[in-house]
Ligand binder design. Structure first.
Ligand code: BMA
Length: 292
C-alpha cells in the first residue's frame, strides 16, 4: 500500500514577497472546521527563523494565505530560532496547537490554545526537555488528556488532568534496528484517527541515511499505550525532485492526516521546502495498518 501523489501537488510554495515565508513553507497542520480547510504551516524567512502561517481553503487544494504569521517567536531566547511543526487538535470546543519552541541552545515542546484558529495563547510546555513531535489526542482517554511525544528516539505517551502537568509517561513504540526504514528515530505525525479497529497512528522514521519515510500503526482504543499492530513497511518515501532536494534533502515530514469523505488527505513537507499532498482510500490505509 502506497499513498498516491495528488496531480495538483505541491499545493503551497514559499512567497518571496513576504520576508517571513520567503524561503520555505512546509510541515503543516490542516484542520477541517465549518466546511473549510484551515492550514497552519511552518514558514522560514530570509533569516531562516520559523514562524507559523495560516491559510484557508474550500477544497483543500487552493489556499488563501494571511499576509502575516499567526504565531512568531515570542519567548525570547527560548524560541529565538523559531516556532516549528504545528499540529492542531480540536478538543472540547477549542483548538490546541502543539509546536516546537526552538531556542538559542535547545528546543522543547509547547502547547497553545485558540478559539478561532487565528489568535493563539500559550498553555505551557509539555516539559522543558529536548522533546518534539508531540500531538494531543482529540478526546480524553479514561478521563484524562493524552499526548503522544518524542523523547529521542522513541514515541512516548503521557497523560494530564489539566494540560499543564503531564505524568505517567511511557514509551509506546521504538525504532526497529533491523528494519530498513525506521532503525534510528521515529515520531508521531498528526493527531491519531479514531477507527473501529483502534487509533490509527501516522508516524515518520529514519535511519543512518537520514531519509524520512512515513507509515502507520494501530493503537488500542481504550488503552493507547498498547500497539495492536505495526506493519513492517512504509507508505511513502521521498521520490519527486522537490522531495529529494530542498532545504533538507530526502524528507517527507507530516504534522497532519485528514479524513476527507472516504479518503485520506496526507499533507506533508517535501525536503523542508514545499507543502505536498498525497491521498489514499481510508479503507486501504486501515487494512494496511491491521494486516500489513
Ligand atoms: C525534524 C524537524 C522537522 C523537519 C525534519 C527534517 O527534526 O525539524 O521540522 O522537517 O527534522 O529536516
Amino acid at each position: 500500500m502506497k499513498l498516491v501523489r495528488h496531480p495538483e501537488s505541491p499545493v503551497l510554495y514559499p512567497n518571496p514577497l513576504n520576508r517571513w515565508e520567503a524561503m520555505n513553507v512546509f510541515n503543516c497542520a490542516v484542520t477541517q472546521h465549518n466546511g473549510l480547510f484551515h492550514m497552519h504551516y511552518r514558514a522560514q524567512g530570509v533569516d531562516f527563523i520559523s514562524s507559523i502561517g495560516y491559510a484557508v481553503s474550500a477544497d483543500g487544494l487552493h489556499w488563501n494565505r494571511m499576509q502575516e504569521p499567526v504565531m512568531a517567536p515570542h519567548r525570547g531566547r527560548e524560541d529565538y530560532r523559531g516556532v516549528e511543526d504545528p499540529r492542531v487538535t480540536p478538543l472540547e470546543g477549542a483548538f490546541y496547537m502543539t509546536y516546537t519552541a526552538y531556542g538559542v541552545n535547545s528546543y522543547y515542546p509547547m502547547i497553545a490554545r485558540s478559539d478561532n484558529l487565528i489568535m493563539w495563547e500559550e498553555v505551557g510546555p509539555l516539559e522543558r526537555a529536548e522533546n518534539k513531535d508531540h500531538v494531543l489526542f482529540p478526546e480524553k482517554i479514561n478521563g484524562r488528556y493524552a499526548i503522544l511525544h518524542r523523547r529521542p528516539p522513541d514515541i512516548w505517551i503521557g497523560f494530564s488532568d489539566d494540560l499543564l502537568t503531564w505524568t505517567d509517561h511511557q514509551v509506546i513504540m521504538s525504532p526497529r534496528p533491523d528494519n530498513d526504514w525506521d532503525p534510528k528515530r521515529i515520531g508521531a505525525n498528526g493527531l491519531p484517527v479514531k477507527t473501529e479497529h483502534g487509533w490509527l497512528l501516522f508516524y515518520h522514521g529514519y535511519g543512518e541515511e537520514h531519509i524520512y519515510r512515513q507509515s502507520v500503526a494501530l493503537l488500542d482504543l481504550d488503552d493507547p499505550t498498547k500497539v495492536i499492530h505495526r506493519p513492517e513497511g512504509h507508505i511513502m518515501e521521498p521520490l519527486e525532485t522537490w522531495e529529494l532536494k530542498g532545504d533538507v534533502a530526502n524528507v517527507i515530514f507530516s504534522c497532519t492526516n485528514n479524513v476527507v469523505g472516504d479518503e485520506l488527505y496526507f499533507y506533508y513537507g517535501g525536503a523542508d521546502r514545499l507543502v505536498g499532498l498525497a491521498t489514499a482510500k481510508m479503507a486501504d490505509v486501515i487494512d494496511f495498518a491491521r494486516h500489513g
